[in-house]
Design a protein around this ligand. Structure first.
Ligand code: AGP
Length: 609
């Protein structure tokens, strides 16, 4: 939920810290701060607001020093304010800490420290950690950190500095991401790769419970008991601009246009275009193990949850396995009937969503085999799941997920075909037809992105509306859910998705003259009924934007506008149908002057429950 950076070396720390934080603002941006070791003393500068507010505060008085840490915040405990911004210190200023996550037992520790006479300046859980450092300090920085870690409970990435040992930074993590970038005579610390990618591609991906002591020339990793841990260098394959905007006005538009590539990359090594079959070399479950699965649970949040709903159709209809789909924050509280014959698939772009991570751990506790579908190599969810199918969408920076969603759909479809063949519930010919259709998708998406003028017109024409409805049946309804979320989360238009057949049971009361209704009509087996629902809303004077396949002359008879997508099979249609909805949301947000990449109240990676 927050962005952390650290630097130790021979250059001025502040410039890297600010630059690195700018690459992590998507992780949270309600306040920011830096701490730099300046002439033997730790100097802290922080303030509420975006990173620019901190830059302005530092203008003309940048901290001077070659070691420092920085933080961009998304509020969890304590509202966004100067005092609640990180870094946090103990009263003496000898200890400084930045933190991502939640210290669940901070209140009891705070009471204990208050009784000892500590005074706190902020409402945060993080400040308690700085005070605890001071309270437990035994003359040794490393051993004090270990003592603190034995006291605190919760989820965290923590990065510490200590005035008495000004030549090292110590960092550790549990359930939140943290990486170390390896340089020559300098080293970097960050929550995520984009912050360091311009400095180095050689990284250590920290694992839970590891404690790293980072100096300019060394990185020493150990566990809480002091047992040394040797880390494998992870070479980042992304090039620098991959994490930048690449010439587009916003990350979101760049990421929408990256979908032909992200689809191809996610197919690579899995789609055999010659044999027209699917392989998952990374999976090592045997056919017998897969055949033994009698129920699949798909668990995720937000857009990933919508991908899970599509995945349910795929797995049930192609692999003939019963599937339950849950919103992660609901999953463990409904006491799901998960057992050793269950497969739990968690979908998460960031691989750090706390609700999804918690659901994954619950499914494991109940005995399920677990599979993560995630976009971030080495993420917490990737490391906790038994097996992982990575989507290779590359860094997704915009808060609104686009290319991650379509690669998640692709991963679910490929997995359903794969499992369907393993379980002999999907005829080979049907599988070949699906795979052939898959190979055409990247180019079909490319074609669709070549001409988006019609979408721009709709966005300008209807972008001032305060309500919008997305309706469809079957897989069209599943995609409608994603279309509505895209529109509402970046344009702030109150958009709702509805099963087209359900409208007459209440929501039709909201369909009045001029309200835009997007009707998805790509599913042949429910097409006629969908057209009837289209006429239902038209009869109430709604403005209807229909979506159907090229060549469908019927929709134009009833709809005010029609968006045509390339003709493809029913199961592949979601991979294409979502494109116009992503673009509609993007251009509507522009029309309304919204901050497309960083919508209000939201953050890219929700690492609090
Ligand atoms: C998607 O546009 C939203 N930003 C949000 O719903 C997101 O999909 C959700 O928070 C899940 O994130 P994850 O895929 O990283 O777990």
């Amino acid at each position: 939920m927050c962005g952390i950076v650290g630097y130790i070396g021979y250059k001025q720390a502040a410039s890297f810290l600010l630059d690195g934080m700018s690459k992590l603002e998507y992780r949270g941006y309600d306040s920011a701060g830096v701490a730099v070791m300046e002439n033997g003393r730790i100097r802290v500068d922080k303030c509420v607001g975006r990173l620019d507010a901190l830059r302005q505060k530092l203008a003309g008085r940048m901290p001077v020093g070659t070691m420092g840490i920085g933080h961009t915040r998304w509020a969890t405990h304590g509202r966004p304010s100067d005092r609640n911004a990180h870094p946090h210190t103990d009263p003496s200023g000898n200890f400084v800490v930045v933190h991502n996550g939640i210290i669940e037992n901070y209140l009891s520790i705070k009471e204990e420290l208050l009784a000892k006479g500590h005074c706190f300046l902020s409402e945060t859980d993080t400040e308690v950690v700085a005070h605890l450092m001071a309270d437990l300090y035994d003359g040794d920085f490393e051993s004090t950190v270990k003592k603190v870690l034995q006291r605190i409970k919760g989820s965290y990435s923590l990065v510490f500095m200590c005035q008495m040992e000004p030549d090292k930074i110590i960092c550790t993590k549990k359930d939140n991401p943290l990486i170390i970038g390896l340089g020559e005579g300098e080293n970097y610390i960050a929550s995520d790769i984009p912050a360091i990618i311009n400095e180095t591609r050689r990284t250590f991906i920290m694992s839970d419970g590891e404690i790293a002591t980072v100096t300019a020339d060394s990185v020493w990793v150990q566990d809480i008991n002091g047992v040394p841990i040797s880390k494998k260098v992870f070479e980042v394959s992304w090039n620098a601009e991959a994490a930048e905007k690449g010439g587009f006005e916003h990350f979101m538009l760049k990421e929408i246009y990256e979908q032909p590539k992200s689809m191809r990359d996610t197919m690579t090594g899995r789609v055999d275009a010659e044999a027209l079959c699917i392989k998952f070399p990374e999976l090592n479950w045997s056919p017998e193990e897969m055949a033994a699965v009698d129920r699949i649970f798909i668990v995720a949040c937000g857009t990933a949850y919508h991908a899970g709903i599509v995945g349910k159709y795929y797995l049930e209809q192609l692999a003939k396995v019963p599937v339950e789909v849950d919103i992660a924050s609901e999953f463990r509280y409904r006491h799901p009937l998960v057992d050793g014959n269950s497969l739990c698939i968690v979908i998460s772009q960031s691989g750090e969503t706390s609700d999804t991570l918690a659901a994954l751990r619950e499914a494991k506790r109940l005995g399920a085999r677990t599979l993560a579908v995630t976009n971030v190599v080495g993420s917490s969810i990737a490391r906790d799941a038994d097996q992982v199918v990575y989507t290779y969408a590359g860094p997704e920076i915009a808060v609104a997920s686009t290319k991650a969603y379509t690669t998640q759909l692709l991963a679910m479809l490929m997995f359903a075909i794969y499992i369907g063949r393993l379980r002999e519930s999907l005829p080979e010919e049907k599988a070949k037809e699906l795979v052939k259709g898959l190979t055409l998708i990247p180019e079909q998406i490319h074609q669709m992105l070549e001409n988006v003028d019609q979408i721009k017109v709709f966005a300008r024409k209807y972008g001032s509306c305060e309500d919008a409805f997305f309706i469809g049946r079957s897989l069209d309804y599943a995609v409608a859910l994603e279309g509505a979320l895209k529109l509402k989360e970046i344009s702030y238009i109150h958009a709702e998705a509805y099963a087209a057949g359900e409208l007459k049971h209440g929501t039709l009361a909201l369909i009045v003259e001029g309200v835009p209704v997007i009707v998805l009509a790509t599913q042949e087996d429910v097409y006629d009924k969908t057209v009837s629902n289209l006429q239902e809303v038209k009869a109430r004077e709604a403005v209807v934007i229909a979506m159907g396949f090229v060549g469908d002359e019927n929709l134009a008879k009833y709809a005010d506008h029609v968006i045509y997508i390339p003709r493809t099979g029913k199961y592949l249609a979601p991979l294409l149908a979502v494109l116009p909805l992503q673009l509609l949301a993007y251009y509507a947000a522009l029309t309304r002057g919204c901050d497309v990449d960083k919508p209000r109240n939201l953050a890219k990676s929700v690492t609090v429950e």
